[in-house]
Design a protein around this ligand. Structure first.
Ligand SMILES: [Zn+2]
Ligand SMILES: [Zn+2]
Length: 557
């Protein structure tokens, strides 16, 4: 039973307004003593130009870190990195039990073993379909079809109503492996009465329904069978259904499957343990590749996103110790380019084509389907669950806005356009954004996690744009120079347009500036620094048209 001042609230901390970093809180109770559950704890990928040196991005969970004594549990919908990838880094700040399926638990465990110093996370294994009670929340794991095994929506029952948090899902009557999104189950939830549907927006801009994973499997089988020579297929390591379909197709035509890449090995170990690869011939190690006849092999590769250190990129550069492809071989991208990776993928494709290798992608063949619902599938979900409130989630601003329009068209009365950090009251009363709380991003920088406000990134961008000049000057207590100043530079062109050496030019300027300073002023290190700094930057700007950073180190001797 809810007491009169209880409220049910929703507070996304990641994934709304961006792809990746999914993390959403649900809170229940009176305003000053709410209890919370966290759904998913995902990461995003850096690699963007404005984030030099940053590979991984995490949601800023400050709000719940401070409230962690009221955090009842972390409920993971499925094992994609955008849903579990921040756990290893962020769990020590939260320390609540983490509910996962066996497959996700296996992946987290293999990661822990491969990362020295990774924390032992308190994992609680659940099976899809299971219901569990924690505080005021009753949480049911509802299986859905997606592109990784054991994906679930969550039906979250509270004394103030039932929320369906879809996680990532699609409709696929023939998913090849793994769960179906059950119409019966979601209709039953609708009949029970859904207060709010928090739903995947990734593909809301696409009409119709996605093809089935089984159609992809069929086409891949044909492409493997018809290939005259070697076949290499790159796909997301976590797409076990896809991997299984490749392995079955290979067996059909008497080809061995060679698995190349650590991420792939890790997932396959866990998938084998969970029984998803039962009945298949054993996969081969990369060092067998060279001994197999060209028409008797299929290589499964990591690196579908163009990652420079992954198997595919190294093979394309002919730098892989075990795997080499040659003219007439066929490379299939059974994947989609994640926005931002197109350039890297494009350069791999070009390099393979230069070598006479045939390329097949999802642009010219059905070799990949998305794991997310298109409009036709979304419409069915709305019909089944008939929510009072719709909250578009899992998407960039464009997807969320499109989804909001779409939900209204489906006849949903209340559509809330939430963003990371908006506290939405779902009940009682009409839904409403009642507060804005701290949210944002954290960056994994080397092995340190830094805040978005730190100086390191703008400084790095500045260095990348115009380099740095360093000047060291030794001055004695009379204000005389003790030796010649030392000048060095990084990231500057060697010569100006007239062909004069840039370092000589800078050294001359430093000399002129120091000569121009009266002795008394030269005894003041700060005055020297300022004058040299200003002189160098303006001289370089005149010579180059750009102002580098400039460090002036004055040593008093
Ligand atoms: Zn997913
Ligand atoms: Zn996702």
């Amino acid at each position: 039973m809810a007491s009169s001042d209880d409220e049910l609230v929703f507070l996304p901390l990641g994934g709304l307004g961006e792809i990746g970093m999914n993390a959403a809180l649900y809170g229940f109770g009176p305003e000053l003593s709410r209890q919370w559950i966290l759904v998913d704890c995902g990461m995003g990928f850096g690699g963007e130009e404005h984030l030099p040196g940053i590979d991984l991005v995490y949601p800023d969970l400050r709000f719940i870190e401070e409230e962690r004594h009221n955090l009842l549990g972390i409920f993971i919908t499925h094992a994609h990195e955008d849903h579990i990838g921040a756990l290893v880094e962020m769990w020590p700040r939260l320390r609540a039990p983490v509910y996962v399926t066996r497959f996700a638990a296996g992946l987290l465990e293999t990661r822990r073993l491969s990362e020295p110093g990774a924390p032992k996370i308190e994992l609680k294994e659940i099976v899809p379909g299971q219901r569990l009670q924690t505080g005021p929340f009753n949480i049911e794991y509802v299986p859905v079809a997606h592109s990784i095994p054991e994906s679930n929506a969550l039906a979250i029952r509270t004394p103030l109503g039932l929320v369906v948090h879809t996680g990532d899902w699609k409709l696929d009557p023939t998913p090849y492996l793994g769960s179906l999104t059950s119409e019966t189950t979601f209709r039953a939830l609708g009949d029970e009465g859904v207060l709010a549907l928090v739903c995947d927006s990734t593909n809301v801009v696409r009409e119709g329904e996605s093809p089935s994973e089984a159609d992809v499997a069929k086409n891949l089988a044909t492409l493997i069978k018809d290939a005259p020579h070697r076949v290499a297929i790159t796909t997301f390591a976590s797409n076990v259904a896809r991997i299984r379909s490749v392995a079955e197709a290979a067996r059909e035509c008497g080809r061995e499957v060679v698995v190349v890449g650590r991420a792939m090995d890790r997932v396959l170990d866990v998938a084998t343990e969970c029984g998803y690869l039962d009945g298949l011939p054993e996969f081969r190690k990369p060092d067998t590749f060279g001994y197999l006849p060209r028409d008797k092999v299929v290589a499964l590769l990591t690196g579908s996103q163009g990652e420079p250190r992954a198997a595919l990129a190294r093979i394309a550069q002919d730098e892989h110790p075990d795997i080499a492809l040659s003219a007439g071989d066929r490379v299939i991208f059974s994947s989609r380019a994640i926005p931002g990776n197109e350039k890297d993928i494009g350069s791999i494709i070009n390099s393979l084509i230069e070598q006479g290798i045939e390329i097949i992608t999802d642009r010219n063949e059905l070799v990949h389907v998305s794991g997310h619902p298109r409009r036709g599938e979304l419409a069915q979900m709305y019909q089944w669950t008939k929510p009072k409130i719709a909250i578009p989630a899992h998407g960039e601003a464009l997807h969320l806005a499109e989804h909001a329009k779409f939900a209204r068209k489906q006849g949903v009365d209340e559509v809330v356009q939430a963003r990371n950090g908006t506290l939405v009251r779902l009940a009682p009363g009409r839904p409403e954004i009642i507060d804005r709380l701290p949210a944002g991003r954290l960056y994994k920088d080397g092995n340190i996690v830094i805040g978005a406000g730190e100086r390191a990134l703008p400084e790095r961008r500045k260095l990348a744009f115009a380099g740095i000049v360093t000047v060291a000057i030794a001055i004695d207590d009379k204000g005389d120079l003790a030796g010649d100043p030392i000048v060095d530079a990084m990231g500057l062109p060697e010569k100006n347009r007239q062909g004069e050496n840039m370092l000589d030019l800078i050294a001359d300027v430093v000399g002129d500036v120091l000569d121009g300073l009266p002795k008394a002023r030269r005894r003041d290190p700060e005055a020297v620094e300022t004058a040299v700094h200003r002189g160098v930057r303006s001289a370089v700007n005149e010579a180059w048209g750009k102002k580098p950073a400039c460090h002036v180190l004055v040593v008093e001797v």
